[in-house]
Design a protein around this ligand. Structure first.
Ligand SMILES: [Ca+2]
Ligand SMILES: [Ca+2]
Length: 354
């Protein structure tokens, strides 16, 4: 009898793991091929060789690029070089991004920047928030941008038990932000296991110095996050569920879900065009190629634009798509003045004329 129970339990466990494996392949969109959509006028951004996971552009056309992300199991093209924050002025013709200096005292050797967000205070002070993974841990760094000196003054490191695996942030005050956790666990083995088992334990956190709390949960893999120009809605990309969640933001910072947009691709970072409210989404049509890197069969890139997301029938258009022959593993597309910047997880970055 005991043997029968043991064998049945083992059989059920194997069936569950097998079913989860098939489900994982679907979540990773394993076999999807990409139909090319070209933009006629694109060139590589000089200075970005090893990933530019996130890009955030100020209203005056200065773009911040987070470069050099490393994550266990992922490809790196510059393993010895720490990450950094680069800047480009999109009002100028030059396509070179220059690294911003960081104030003394901040540990640059372990800087491993991931999602970024900017906040402009009433007195015009510009703050840059950076999801950081020093030694593969998770912190949020808050800097003040000093434009004359081309530098970042480090103000604060935020660590919190509710921020175990921050992927991206959207700043809503000088020390206040929403953050996505892409995983529930901070341990790398448990991270892989929770993705495999599809636990749906990832969430969105609201952080302020006065209090920290979960404001949305139940995501497969919460990734990019951003806010509508009127500041009424928060958008959350659930990567492996291929969804964008539209959440209404309330006066007490809580969020309620308004709608979910299903897309047939892995959605990464979300940028907003401040003039139209359109979402620009960096996507991965084939996630398996992204995770298991083969230079002969590299991961594709894809940037979507979503217009009228609140309407009954939002318009989703593919603005750029490439099978990896030019650009591999796009994570973000950000626009300013008819220019589109496309960043990637570990490859190069493109500047295109729209
Ligand atoms: Ca971001
Ligand atoms: Ca991301």
């Amino acid at each position: 009898m005991a043997r029968l129970v043991a064998v049945t339990a083992l059989g059920l466990a194997l069936a569950l793991l097998g079913e989860r494996f098939v489900a994982l392949r679907n979540r990773l969109n394993a076999s999807r091929e990409v139909e090319a959509v070209d933009l006629p006028n694109c060139h590589f951004i000089k200075g970005v060789e090893a990933g530019s996971e996130d890009i955030d552009i100020l209203p005056n056309g200065l773009a911040f690029l987070s470069v050099g992300l490393k994550f266990p199991g992922l490809q790196y093209f510059a393993p010895e070089k720490p990450g950094g924050i680069l800047m480009m002025d999109l009002n100028q013709e030059s396509s070179r991004a220059l690294e911003l200096r960081v104030s003394r005292g901040f540990d640059l050797a372990s800087f491993n920047p991931h999602g970024i967000s900017t906040f402009i205070d009433k007195d015009d002070t510009v703050y840059l928030f950076v999801a950081n993974h020093p030694e593969f841990k998770s912190t949020v760094e808050i800097f003040k941008f000093e434009e004359e000196e081309n530098s970042l003054l480090h103000l604060k490191t935020v660590r919190h038990e509710l921020l175990p695996s921050v992927s991206d942030i959207v700043a809503v005050g000088p020390e206040h932000f929403y953050a996505t956790n892409s995983h529930y666990f901070s341990d790398i083995f448990l991270k892989y296991l929770e993705v495999y088992l599809n636990l749906l334990w990832t969430n969105v956190i609201y952080y302020s110095p006065e209090g920290v709390r979960v404001v949305a949960e139940g995501f497969d893999s919460a990734n990019g996050i951003n806010m509508s120009p009127d500041e009424k809605y928060i958008y959350v990309a659930d990567s492996l569920a291929h969804e964008i969640h539209v959440m209404e933001k309330h006066a007490n910072w809580s969020l309620t879900q308004v709608k979910v947009l299903h897309l047939d691709t892995i959605v990464d970072n979300l940028s907003i065009d401040p003039s139209t409210g359109d979402l620009w989404v960096g996507c991965h049509p084939n996630g398996q190629k992204l995770l298991i890197y083969d230079p002969g069969n590299p991961p594709a890139s894809q940037v979507l634009r979503i217009q009228n997301i609140l309407s009954e029938t939002p318009t989703v258009s593919t603005v750029y798509a490439n099978n990896g022959s030019v650009l591999q593993g796009s994570t973000v597309g950000s626009v300013y003045g008819g220019k589109l910047l496309i960043g990637t997880l570990y490859h190069r970055a493109l500047q295109c004329q729209l």
